[in-house]
Design a protein around this ligand. Structure first.
Ligand code: DQA
Length: 147
């Protein structure tokens, strides 16, 4: 099973960025834990982060040839990017939307995701642990689908 994890803008600053909202773990810390768990689950993992919307679209498009499923934290693009939505519609790969913070308990402009209705599910509010929960859920979903 090949999985891709896509991280959007400013997530490279985790650890120093608004720790009261996003916690003190760095993106590298989270990547390490997710890679370890993916290995235990027998999944191959491609981990990406970009601050660029066009690059994010290209990474989504590239999943068509490379991934059976994805974890996606599009960060601020979650709330605005029809380009990323269109790319996800085009590749049609099962994904779980992940957010460190509970976006539904934040400012009104963050309570809406333009991607969530395309997702298998959404995990939000559990910090870095959310990536692990989303990984477990995605692997179960893909296995159940495979029968
Ligand atoms: C975020 C929530 C977004 O609103 C924000 O722009 C981020 C991170 C999260 O993981 O909680 O950059 O996606």
């Amino acid at each position: 099973m090949r999985l891709t994890v896509l991280n959007g803008p400013n997530l490279n600053l985790l650890g120093q960025r608004e720790p009261e909202v996003y916690g003190t773990a760095t993106l590298g810390d989270i990547e390490y834990l997710v890679r370890e768990r993916a290995r235990e689950l027998g999944a191959e993992l491609d981990w990406q982060q970009t601050n660029d919307e066009g690059r994010f679209v290209e990474l989504v498009q590239g999943m068509a040839a490379r991934a059976d499923g994805a974890l996606i934290n599009a960060a601020a693009f979650t709330h605005t990017s029809l380009a990323i939505r269109d790319a996800l519609l085009a590749v049609d790969i099962p994904f779980v939307e992940v957010h460190l913070s509970n976006i539904f308990a934040r400012e009104p402009e963050r309570r809406r995701s333009v991607l969530a209705d395309l997702a298998v599910g959404v995990v939000a509010g559990f910090g870095g642990t959310g990536y692990l929960l989303a990984l477990e859920a995605l692997v179960r979903h893909l296995k159940a689908r495979a029968g």
